[in-house]
Design a protein around this ligand. Structure first.
Ligand SMILES: Nc1ncnc2c1ncn2[C@@H]1O[C@H](COP(=O)(O)OP(=O)(O)O)[C@@H](O)[C@H]1O
Ligand SMILES: [Mg+2]
Length: 153
């Protein structure tokens, strides 16, 4: 699916509002692909009321959700040197009841990712700076994701 930023945000909102928990969403893509845009839209949809800064140095931020029980975990593992460092972040709690876990740079986590997860790959489109190709792959048996928005660019 090819989406502009508004379309990607709309889909993210819908995920945040509707997806069953616990759920893990792994966002892959180069720098500037739109991983944080999608993560924030998921947060907004779930009722995260604070701004969601990039967790590039803290690696993990947790947020209460106004509209749902549980919390949203936002990770950015770009600067993770060894997968084992995840344990120092409180990783063993990830996937607890009610959680929406959004992971940027999940590749860095090696084999420590939750067994049931969605892999969402964002890629730029040649000559179309406002569009992204979005590929969604189910790994194991995560809860269903809402459909893409109808508006297609
Ligand atoms: N279709 C699109 N989807 C997402 N972001 C887009 C899109 N088109 C342009 N952009 C821009 O690309 C940038 C993506 O930044 P960001 O989400 O921080 O990337 P990442 O977290 O993957 O490094 C933003 O400046 C955003 O405005
Ligand atoms: Mg980012």
């Amino acid at each position: 699916m090819r989406l502009d930023e508004a379309g990607l945000r709309q889909w993210g909102h819908r995920i945040g509002r509707l997806v069953d928990t616990p759920v893990a969403l792994c966002l892959e893509g180069a720098l500037g692909a739109g991983k944080s845009v999608l993560a924030r839209a998921i947060g907004e949809g779930a009722g995260v009321e604070e701004p969601m800064p990039s967790p590039s140095f803290n690696l993990l931020f947790r947020y209460p959700m106004r509209d749902r029980d549980g919390e949203l975990l936002h990770l950015d593992l770009y600067r993770l040197d060894r997968a084992e460092e995840l344990w120092e972040l409180g990783w063993e709690e990830a996937g607890a009841e009610g959680q929406i876990v959004v992971v940027e740079w999940p590749e860095r986590a090696g084999t420590l990712l939750p067994r049931d997860r969605w892999l969402i790959q964002l890629a730029s489109v040649p000559d179309e700076p406002a569009l992204r190709d979005v590929a969604v792959t189910r790994v194991g048996s995560p809860p269903e994701l809402p459909a893409f928005p109808m508006r297609v660019s």
